[in-house]
Write a protein that binds this ligand. Structure first.
Ligand code: AMP
Length: 501
């Protein structure tokens, strides 16, 4: 086989694999938020409010499944939470004291309704609804095996694999089946599930994705972030521990710890970008951590400027921290239009670039004739920074320096944070100087990895025992990557090709 044909075959194999990995017209990679409540007369309405507070974790679709003691009820729609669940008639259609909900954000291809969660199926033990934040790294492998055994998949999500694993289990008690399913999966998950008797929460053994326990009027609540508890006036009880499975039913609470204990590796990107600043994640205020990133950045790479300007909203807390640490005044040099979605929601690069312009406007009064330092939380493709630097210069800024409150992202994420593959990550393919040139800034600097750890209260990153999952910056993936490593192995690609054709 000559080089050309081997490249063409590899490309074809890869694209078939992409279809399997990401589904046709949809993706397995998702950013999501989950919520569940047990035993409250207003379960669906409270779930809708909780999902509204978690909207930043997923803006493309939302769903709620409730159980009224006899039947399950489900409402799953594309769009924002408020588009569907602000209507009284929709909430009235979700009666019962137990409910689970989900917000979803997929970014490549179109979102299709059959992928909107919570997923629901009738098992022989009764109905079962499941909502998932995270991403399984052996979802595709398990899926292929289940399909080979005769499973008929309704969606292209990895979450459905859990549902089938539970259905296939031969164990007697439901919770044993559920745990057997968890033992088979690898990767990141915060799961909230509902049966006709139980609300179940589960967090992956490393605690990569967050899940908290709250309480309202004596009823347990599970949610991705504490901001979903605050909105309904619920009390924060504690974080669900890594590897913990918690079950609520009429008998009370049952806790299972089916995995051998190991040092947790929560995802540090929750602090950088993903979580809401008013949430407490892993016992730390996200806002304070972000300010700490900014303060650390000021210590590491300050230049003499007149004003500190955040890229709103994601760069605001870090810019406040930078300003406080450096003593340089903080100014709102960019005004954000809140009536457009996050930049990444736009499916193509052209539209995405247009989105950036729609989203941010220069505030001339704050920047004209000034030397400014711009702060954003992270640099992914470089689209935002490039546009913003040009916008600042056009609005009369004398010097434009760019600072990122996170280290360079050079590795893809496989755990539920949507980031492009390596080729799409600017820092993975360019030197610092090349990036500075592309962005058009007078200077460019990123937070160091040790600095990032210092801002969360660690002495630095201990390579032998890193406290977080920081794979986007280090390439140190804390779980097996069964699906992803198969892509690298030609013999698997060939067997896939044989199966797919
Ligand atoms: P880019 O313009 O491609 O360099 O992306 C950087 C911008 O995207 C920053 O303003 C971040 O706040 C934001 N961002 C970072 N990570 C994500 C993500 N996973 N999903 C959506 N937006 C993100």
């Amino acid at each position: 086989m000559n080089n050309f044909s081997s490249t063409a075959t590899a490309a074809r194999e890869r694209s078939l694999r992409d279809i399997e990995l990401h589904g046709e017209g949809d993706t397995l990679r998702e950013e999501c938020g989950v919520f569940g409540i047990y035993g409250h007369p207003d379960a669906a309405a409270i779930t809708a409010l909780g999902l509204h507070a978690l909207q930043h974790r997923g803006q493309e679709a939302a769903g709620i499944v409730s159980f009224d003691g006899h039947r399950f009820h489900s409402e799953r729609r594309l769009g924002l939470v408020g588009d569907t669940f602000s209507r009284a008639s929709v909430i009235e259609g979700l009666p019962g004291e137990n409910a689970v909900g989900h917000v979803r954000y997929s970014t490549t291809g179109e979102t299709i309704l059959r992928n909107v969660q919570p997923l629901f199926a009738e098992l022989n033990a009764g109905g079962f609804a499941i909502a998932h934040n995270g991403n399984l790294t052996n979802g595709l492998t398990l899926r292929r095996e289940l399909v080979r055994q005769g499973a008929m998949m309704q969606s292209t999500t990895d979450t459905e694999v859990v549902l089938h694993l539970v259905a296939h289990s031969k164990r007697n008690r439901f919770i044993e089946r559920y745990i057997e399913a968890l033992r088979a999966i690898e990767g990141a998950y915060a799961l909230v599930s509902l049966t006709n008797k139980k609300l179940i929460g589960a967090r992956d053994p490393l605690g990569i994705r967050p899940l908290v326990l709250g309480e309202l009027d004596g009823c347990p609540i599970l949610a991705s972030e504490t901001c979903a508890l605050d909105i309904i006036g619920a009390k924060y009880v504690r974080d669900i521990e890594p590897g913990e499975v918690i079950v609520f039913d009429e008998k009370g609470t049952e806790i299972h710890k089916p995995f051998p204990p190991q040092p947790p590796r929560p995802c540090i990107f929750e602090y950088i970008y993903f979580a809401r600043p008013d949430s407490i994640v892993g016992g730390r205020s996200v806002y304070e951590v972000r300010k700490g990133f900014g303060a650390q950045l000021a210590r590491e790479s300050h230049v003499d400027v007149d004003v500190v300007v955040p890229v709103p909203d994601s760069g605001v807390p870090a810019a406040i921290g930078y300003s406080q640490a450096s003593g340089v005044p903080f100014e709102l040099g960019i005004i954000r239009n809140h009536y457009v979605g996050r930049t990444f929601i736009q499916p193509t690069q052209t539209v995405r670039e247009l989105g950036v312009r729609m989203k941010h406007a220069p505030n001339r009064a704050a920047i004209e004739g000034k030397r400014i330092i711009l702060i954003d939380d992270s640099l992914v493709r470089g689209t935002t920074s490039k546009k913003i630097v040009r916008m600042m210069r056009d609005a009369g800024a004398k010097e434009v320096h760019f600072r990122l409150a996170s280290p360079p992202i050079i590795h893809p994420d496989y755990y539920g944070i949507d980031l492009p593959d390596r080729g799409g990550l600017l820092a993975a393919t360019h030197s610092l100087e090349e990036m500075r040139d592309i962005i058009g800034a007078d200077s460019l600097a990123f937070l160091s990895i040790d600095g990032m750890y210092r801002a969360v209260g660690e002495p630095g990153r201990d390579p032998a025992n890193p406290k977080f999952s920081d794979h986007c910056f280090t390439g140190d993936y804390p779980t097996h990557l069964t699906d992803q490593t198969q892509v690298e192995q030609p013999q698997h690609q060939l067997s896939l090709l044989a199966e797919a054709s």
